[in-house]
Every structure is written in C-alpha cells, then in structure tokens.
Design a protein around this ligand. Structure first.
Ligand SMILES: Nc1ncnc2c1ncn2[C@@H]1O[C@H](COP(=O)(O)OP(=O)(O)OP(=O)(O)O)[C@@H](O)[C@H]1O
Length: 257
C-alpha cells in the first residue's frame, strides 16, 4: 500500500439545478518520497483533486488515505505552496515562518532554530525582521517555502507555486524546491500547466483529460532526467522527447475539449 492512496474517486459539484462531474474513476498511489505532477487541460479537475487530497472536502465517492488515515485527520501534516505566498503582511518574515509551528503547538527552541537555520540555507539570512512587502516575489516564495517546511509536513501540495514569477526566478525556485524536497525526502503533488516544470520536477506525471476529469495517461520520467536539477534537465538528452510526447497528448486532449 502506497503512502498516498486514491481509490476510485469521483466528485460532483451540485447546484440547485445542475450537477457537474469534475472527477471520475481516479485511482493512483504515491510512495513516500515520490514527487508527482498533475497536468491537463483547463477544467480537468486538478484543483478539485488537490482540494480532496488537502481534506478541504471529501470526494462524492471513492476513498483517499494519507499514511493510512483520511486527509482531514492528517491536516496538520500537510504543507502547501500556492501561487500566492499568503504571508501575513503585518508580521515579519520570522513571525510568518514560526506561525504554523505556534498554531500546531510545536514551537520550541529546537524547532525555532531549525526554521531559522533553514531560512539561512535558502538565502534569506538578514531578512528575518523585515516585512513581506520589503521582499521581491521570489524572496517571498522562498519565505513561503520556509514556512511550509518549518512544520515538517509529511506531504506537500503545490498548486502552481511558480506561475506568478518571472521566468528566471521561476527556474531558480524550481531548483530550490526540488533540492529541498529531495534532501528532506518529502512526498509532493504539484499542479501545473507547465510541461517543462512537470518533467523537470517529477518522478511521474499524471495527465488528466476533462469532462469529466480522468487520468488519461501516466508518464514515468526517465531515471537519467531525475538525477539532475530542474534547470539542467531542460538541456538533457531525452528531455525534448518526453516533452514532445506529452505536448502532443495534451494538444489532442485540448482539441477534444
Ligand atoms: N465550486 C464549483 N462549483 C461548480 N463547478 C465547479 C466548482 N469548482 C470547479 N467546478 C467545475 O469542475 C470542473 C473541474 O474544475 P477544476 O477547477 O478542478 O479544474 P482545473 O483542472 O483545476 O482547472 P484549471 O486548470 O482551469 O485551474 C470544471 O468543469 C469546473 O467548472
């Protein structure tokens, strides 16, 4: 049994007059330490899937377990990185980073030291007492990563965390998140629209089709591409081939959308 198990999940959104089937017959399993991406045309149910994994609402049918428990039982062990950093503007970077630990009742001298050491490791030394507005977009996302990692989550849910950044900053952040999650052996699910990002960060890519959202294909990223950082992957032999394959599949799904 995998660390994260999704079994025959279907989900409907109901209004008084309509029922939208967002997901149908979704089953997959993720091992501990694995990084997977959810990719697919707009409206194929990626956000719905991530919300179910986050325990925001249960699926209409089917079952999800994270480390043998339901997602809502695991909610304080799930970390998030979203498109917006959601740092509190009235709190300093240090206060923002320690907030999750405080709320979870896990703030101690040791956890505080670990969090501040991590902040230094990721190049944010000296900004601890500054406010989010004083930082660039890339630095704020680094701070968001530090806040996420401070609570030592078992599972990270990444919802397009790089999409609001300029291209160069995005590539640097992809490298940083990749190296961090790998060295701490974290399990992660990334939602992205960017094929290159999915290939360069993931072990596997789940390509969804839409209406209703289903798993269309699963791509295993070749081992040699997994051995290097996301930035380097883009110039590796084999990258273009898998990129083209996924591009064509995605294009045909979008045509049928
Ligand atoms: N709250 C809601 N009420 C009704 N329908 C919804 C709701 N949220 C999503 N949907 C519908 O469910 C389907 C899946 O939506 P979802 O947002 O999960 O897709 P997505 O792949 O994340 O889309 P995108 O890539 O555009 O963000 C779509 O048809 C969408 O219109």
């Amino acid at each position: 049994m995998g660390f994260l198990e999704v079994k025959q999940v279907a989900h409907f959104y109901f209004t008084p007059s309509t029922a939208t089937k967002a997901l149908e017959d979704i089953s997959f399993s993720i091992e501990e330490g694995e990084f997977i991406s959810l990719l697919g045309p707009s409206g194929c149910g990626k956000t719905t899937m991530l919300s179910i994994l986050a325990g925001l609402f249960p699926p209409t049918s089917g079952n999800v377990t994270i480390d043998h428990e339901s997602p809502d039982a695991n909610s304080n062990l799930i970390g998030y990185m979203l498109q917006q950093d959601y740092l509190f503007p009235w709190k300093t970077i240090e206060e923002n980073i320690l907030l999750g630990l405080k709320l979870n009742g896990r703030l101690s001298v040791e956890t505080q030291e670990d969090a501040l050491r991590f902040l230094k490791q990721i190049g944010l030394e000296g900004v601890e007492k500054q406010f989010p507005r004083q930082l660039s977009g890339g630095m704020r996302q680094r701070a968001a990563l530090a806040r996420t990692m401070a609570v030592n989550p078992k599972l990270l849910l990444l919802d397009e965390p790089f999409s609001a950044l300029d291209y160069q900053t995005k590539l640097k952040l992809e490298d940083l998140v990749f190296e961090t999650l790998r060295s701490y052996k974290k399990t992660a699910v990334l939602v992205t629209h960017d094929i290159g990002e999915a290939i360069s960060m993931s072990d596997r890519i789940l390509l969804f089709s839409s209406k209703p959202g289903r798993i269309h294909k699963i791509f295993e990223v070749p081992k040699e591409l997994r051995a290097v950082s996301p930035f380097k992957v883009r110039s590796m032999e084999g990258y273009n081939e898998i990129f083209q394959t996924i591009w064509k599949e995605l294009e045909s799904l979008e045509e049928n959308n």
